[in-house]
Design a protein around this ligand. Structure first.
Ligand SMILES: [Zn+2]
Length: 275
């Protein structure tokens, strides 16, 4: 799933191209992908986008007359592409935006489940749509993070991924950040010492910045992730094999030596408990 580093890299890449020419045609969009009906997509046509913005894992494209905002959320499997004029793209993308020079912004989604979404909103609607999001993960700082952690007793991995609490981190970067901070994914947020909060705040910034820098250079998952989906690979700090623990809906990757004091975490899938 694209998270803050991936989406911010996209934002930087798209910021200039999307404002170069007005929109010629907006759509078609897959019926499950387009989440709004009013205003209609066609109301984008003839308008110029003001560039690309980002909030958490979402991209926003406001029009330069401040009347409309196109919001894109890729979810797990959605991918965005910018096609230069004449460049070949997918035949039937989930969403397509064509500019007057012939360039296109297209959204595709692998698999049968259509979860990625496109919203066309007024600025007020866009504000309401984003109102539930917590502060941006990057640049949060130890003081603010400390307040957030103290407010709710939660397992760190789960808390970091909760967009209402902190916006921009998902499964992959939660794994990378907690490893860098040398904290257990299952430590309780309210039980961290001040120096641990400081380490976590630093790791959030350093890992997201590392990811952003690599993604801007076009690096793939294998180069970017050092812990996430690295089961059995040696930890880059201590050489211990990276372990994983499965939950019903996701998998956590960690180093038992760096993060859990040598303890190997038990599988917590409900299905295992019922057997
Ligand atoms: Zn280690």
């Amino acid at each position: 799933m694209p998270e803050l580093p991936e989406m911010e890299a996209w934002r930087r890449l798209l910021d200039d191209p999307v404002r170069a020419f007005p929109v010629e045609k907006a759509g078609p969009a897959h019926v499950a992908t387009l989440k709004t009906f009013e205003p209609p997509l066609s109301s984008l046509e003839g308008r110029r986008l003001a560039g690309a913005q980002r909030r958490g894992k979402r991209l926003l494209f406001p029009t330069d007359d401040d009347e409309l905002v196109l919001l894109v959320h890729l979810m797990s499997a959605g991918r965005i592409r910018y096609l230069r004029p004449g460049e070949k793209g997918p035949k039937s993308p989930a969403f397509r935006l064509r500019f007057q020079d012939g360039a296109e912004l297209v959204l595709t989604e692998a698999g049968p489940k259509k979860r990625a979404g496109v919203w066309l909103l007024t600025p007020e609607q866009a504000q309401a749509e984003l109102a539930h999001l917590g502060p941006e993960a990057l640049g949060l700082g130890a003081e603010r993070l400390g307040e957030i952690l103290a407010a709710d007793s939660r397992r760190l991995h789960s808390l970091l991924r909760d967009q209402r609490v902190i916006a921009g981190i998902g499964r992959a970067w939660a794994n990378e950040i907690l490893h860098q901070a040398k904290l257990s994914p299952f430590a309780l947020s309210t039980q961290l010492e001040p120096d641990e909060v400081g380490r976590l705040a630093e790791a959030i910034d350093s890992e997201l910045e590392r990811g952003l820098e690599l993604r801007e250079r076009g690096a793939g998952d294998k180069q970017v992730y050092r812990v996430h989906r690295r089961l059995g690979d040696p930890c880059y700090v201590c050489g211990t094999n990276i372990a994983r623990v499965d939950y019903d809906e996701h998998t956590v990757f960690y180093c038992s030596r760096c993060q859990t004091g040598g303890r190997v975490l038990k599988d917590r899938r409900l299905s295992r408990l019922l057997k």
